[in-house]
Design a protein around this ligand. Structure first.
Ligand SMILES: [Zn+2]
Length: 512
């Protein structure tokens, strides 16, 4: 994964230069070239979708409709990019764009809209973020400020586990969860309305959309507002600017402005009819996070009864059953989820961990590897390390634990210890440091355990040149507690006229 990221970097740094912004027409520094933007978008699109709930697949007509509206806007945008639009299975009201025109809108945002023109306002806004290089520019800022793209680890949304994303896939998560800043938001609104108008949509829909978000932000609880356009916070300023933009366009262009209310409501009818099912699902998540698993299971069963086609409901049920240690039940529920969607990492991750608990290591390994292909997480990698160790494959186990030890998150310390436990026997002197000293008539060494792991015994080898003769001696030491030091004598007895030179001490083997 780090290799991917390193490659992306070289790419960025070699292909960039100075260029004109395709949307604003302003000249600006472009360290990230258009080819790099497109490559990053392609590379990050799938993991970013995975980290945000995966695709909404129950009503494929809805996805096709969103793509159709997106394509209509993309065709009139100022930058030719390989635009793509997907609907994510996420209840939070959000939408995002990766560099290179890879765009997503959440199920939870679609249900708050009232017309095709409002959908066009959302997608037009996202298209500008990609077309005007807002994501690329924030990457450049990070590169200039810190020399790195990655700053923090990102947790996935709506997750039962602490699924910390690892490696190169973190870049996409960071790009879609960042805030672009006030200027970029206003620019996206301004040109988004422009694109709407070019495509024939009533620009006034951008006003009603923004007003709705400001209102919803006041009404709803804090967690909902946090989700509300997380990277595009609504504001009164955006409302008034949209009013001005819309007025200017409508006073200068005479068109039969399209709102597409009926078409939109027809296309959304199926998802809207299932709103009680998703509400029950969202309640179940909240209950499960408070460990109220009995009520949570009842809520999720209610969701399943209302919408038996939704894999996410079975996945949540399985997660709760797994946390209740009802592993056979969890296995059945994960299978139900995977039968409906075999392309979402979380079902494989959950089923892999369940197989592991049931003692089926072969199936556990296969599922966890598939989960990591879809979205690399420290939970899956740590478990794969444990499974490798159980199978006697120390080298593979070390690789997994080392990767988790490099990641952020709660498994980091355990994985570091696990890695050291394996590596310490192979490289004892890297962890137990020896410092020599002459004391009275002998040579001593102080052995310091630099790890937190207690050592049962170790062998220390002393070497020296005594009166011109090379000599060595091995001495065994007993317990050394974690982060503790012990002294050991070489056992040599020197006379006062002996010449002792080139002394060393080194731990050559140990037992935990
Ligand atoms: Zn925005």
């Amino acid at each position: 994964m780090t290799t991917h990221l390193a490659l992306a970097f070289i790419f960025l740094l070699t292909l960039g230069g100075c260029s004109t912004n395709p949307v604003t027409g302003k000249s600006e520094l472009a360290l990230v070239s258009k080819q790099s933007e497109i490559a990053i978008g392609i590379e990050q699109y799938l993991p970013a979708q995975q980290s945000q709930g995966g695709l909404y697949q129950v009503d494929t007509d809805l996805t096709a409709y969103v793509q159709q509206v997106g394509d209509r806007l993309a065709a009139v945008s100022d930058t030719e990019l390989p635009y793509e639009f997907v609907v994510l299975n996420n209840s939070s009201p959000n939408a995002w764009a990766l560099p290179g025109g890879k765009i997503a809108i959440n199920r939870g945002l679609l249900v708050t809209l009232d017309s095709e023109a409002e959908l066009a306002a959302v997608l037009g806004h996202e298209i500008v973020h990609a077309a005007a290089r807002h994501g690329a520019k924030s990457m450049e800022r990070n590169m200039l400020l810190q020399g790195v793209v990655l700053a923090t680890a990102i947790s996935t949304s709506g997750s039962e586990y602490s699924n910390h994303i690892m490696g190169g896939a973190q870049l996409g998560s960071q790009l879609i969860s960042q805030r672009y800043g006030r200027q970029a938001e206003l620019e996206s609104d301004y040109y988004g309305i422009e694109y709407m108008a070019r495509a024939g949509y009533d620009p006034a829909a951008a006003i009603s959309l923004q007003e709705k978000f400001v209102e919803l932000g006041k009404e709803r609880e804090a967690s909902w507002v946090e989700g509300l356009f997380a990277s595009h916070p609504p504001s009164e300023e955006r409302v008034s600017r949209n009013i001005a933009s819309s007025r200017t366009i409508k006073s200068t262009q005479a068109k039969d402005w399209e709102t597409g209310e009926r078409e939109f409501l027809t296309k959304l009818a199926y998802l809207s009819s299932k709103s009680d099912a998703y509400a029950a699902y969202d309640q179940a998540i909240a209950l499960a996070s408070k460990n109220e698993t009995t009520v949570a299971l009842k809520r999720v069963d209610r969701a399943i009864a209302l919408e038996p086609k939704e894999p996410l409901f079975y996945g949540l049920k399985a997660d709760i059953q797994h946390s209740n240690k009802a592993y056979q039940d969890a296995l059945n529920s994960y299978n139900s989820a995977l039968k409906r969607d075999d392309n979402y990492y979380q079902y494989y991750l959950g089923r892999g961990l369940t197989y592991s608990k049931l003692g089926n290591r072969g199936k556990a390994k296969a599922d966890l590897e598939r989960s990591n292909q879809l979205l690399p997480t420290s939970v899956a990698s740590n478990e794969l390390g444990t499974l490798s160790l159980q199978a006697g494959d120390r080298e593979t186990a070390k690789k997994y634990f080392a990767a988790v030890a490099r990641s952020e998150g709660p498994l980091r310390e355990t994985a570091t210890d696990n890695y050291i436990r394996l590596d310490i026997a192979d490289n004892p002197s890297s962890y137990l440091q020896a410092q020599t000293a002459h004391r009275n008539d002998t040579l001593m060494a102080t052995i310091t355990n630099t790890t937190r792991i207690p050592i049962r015994s170790a062998v220390v080898q002393f070497t020296a040149v005594i009166n011109g003769q090379r000599a060595n001696k091995s001495r065994k030491i007993g317990n050394v507690k974690g982060s503790a030091s012990v002294g050991i004598s070489s056992g040599w007895r020197f006379r006062s006229d002996d010449v002792v030179e080139n002394v060393t001490a080194r731990v050559i083997s140990l037992q935990l």
